[in-house]
Ligand binder design. Structure first.
Ligand SMILES: Nc1nc2c(ncn2[C@@H]2O[C@H](COP(=O)(O)OP(=O)(O)OP(=O)(O)O)[C@@H](O)[C@H]2O)c(=O)[nH]1
Length: 361
């Protein structure tokens, strides 16, 4: 009998949903939330970038969505304390949830997030870490695993795969069967224990990823006795515009955490505009921008206001693959546009100038 069975049914299972930028985490979350599974699910999100786009991308549903502290997860204690606070609030409610889903940012190492569930004794008693589910973008994962620019930094794409109980090779529609087979073998070589699934648009058999009882601290502690110590007192180091570097130098942070160095060259830049965009001009500009800089722009997300259109528009890009599609009407909300770029060598002023030129004249 495993630890989950022994502890009993009162504990609320928690699934950590992870995967590199743009792998399909929100797509999977939306799929889970719209499937008729009869469970009451609470969702906790952490996103990279100081402007919140993710919560707009998650479909409205009966489930409740909580946003964890935005911005730099260098300040990992803040983010983890925030996670514990949200869990405490959720667990204190009279109406209980059947399952809690935590969607990490695409640049997070999920292991310290997992360790957070054991930070507070009361929370640890009431929740049970069901598993870490890692989505992999079949088209882009090899480039991130083999990223030559990491130069000694931790590779989060790799950390996420290594930590997984389930690996979902997503976006199978974008690559051929041979590439999928090769990816399966690569995943198996990185993580011998995880079950490997594949999907298009994250449509997986939910019984294979939820309620799996994949994680027990006792088994992890047996394999790695320092698990809680390292992962609770170490830190995730990812920086964006909101990161207050003057408060703590990178060197200080790195020295605090032996063997844990995130890639400081990946940053995020966000913009908000009140004037609507000329859709054609924006489409052409962004296609051109990604054609030239798509290697460095890992991810682009936006909720946009388009001239002469009363609907929100959702902008999504992963490297050079981009889509801009209409969504629901703005109704009472004042239309405005927000963009988040995540990647390397992001030139804020050049990006802003390019976008300003696409505003309605
Ligand atoms: N072609 C194709 N596109 C997909 C698939 N799954 C997701 N996408 C698209 O990929 C883009 C990124 O998907 P998301 O679900 O937002 O990815 P994410 O992992 O939540 O992204 P971050 O939170 O930024 O890390 C969106 O445009 C999705 O529509 C798939 O299987 N095939």
């Amino acid at each position: 009998m495993n630890q989950h069975a022994e502890i009993g049914a009162q504990q609320v299972p928690v699934t950590i949903l992870t995967g590199f930028l743009g792998a399909g985490k929100t797509t999977l979350l939306n799929y889970i939330l719209t499937e008729k599974h009869g469970h009451r699910i609470a969702v906790i999100e952490n996103e990279f970038g100081e402007v919140d786009v993710d919560s707009d991308l998650v479909m409205t549903s009966d489930e409740e969505i909580f946003q964890m502290t935005n911005g730099c997860i260098c300040c990992v204690i803040d983010v983890r304390t925030d996670l514990v606070r949200i869990l405490q609030q959720l667990l204190a409610r009279s109406e209980q949830f059947d399952h809690i889903l935590v969607e990490t940012s695409g640049l997070a190492d999920p292991t310290p997030v997992a360790a957070t569930f054991f930070m507070d004794n009361e929370v640890a008693r009431q929740v049970n870490l069901d598993g870490i589910v890692t989505l992999v973008d079949a088209m882009h994962i090899n480039d991130h695993l083999d990223d030559p620019q990491l130069q000694g930094s931790d590779n989060q794409a790799l950390d996420q795969i290594v930590a997984a109980d389930r690996i979902i090779i997503n976006k199978t529609d974008l690559v051929d069967a041979k590439a999928i087979n090769a990816l399966r073998m690569r995943m198996r070589s990185l993580n011998a224990g995880a079950q490997i699934l594949s999907s298009s648009h994250a449509q997986v058999d939910l019984s294979k990823i939820l309620g799996i009882g994949g994680f027990s601290t006792s088994s992890v502690m047996a394999a790695d006795p320092d698990f809680l110590d390292v992962h609770l007192h170490g830190h995730d180091h990812v920086c964006d515009d909101a990161c207050e570097h003057h408060k703590h130098s990178h060197e200080q942070l790195e020295s605090a955490v032996p063997g844990h160095l995130h890639d400081p060259s990946v940053t995020s830049v966000s913009f908000v505009f009140d004037i609507p965009f000329d859709k054609q001009a924006l489409n052409e500009h962004l296609s051109q921008l990604l054609a030239v800089h798509g290697d460095d722009i890992f991810r682009l997300k936006g909720i946009l206001s388009i001239a002469d259109d009363d609907r929100r528009h959702v902008l999504q890009a992963v490297h050079r693959i981009m889509e801009l599609r209409p969504a629901d009407a703005w109704e009472e909300t004042k239309p405005s546009s927000k963009f988040v770029f995540i990647g390397r060598k992001l030139d804020r002023s050049a990006l802003e100038t390019g976008l300003l030129a696409c505003l309605e004249k």
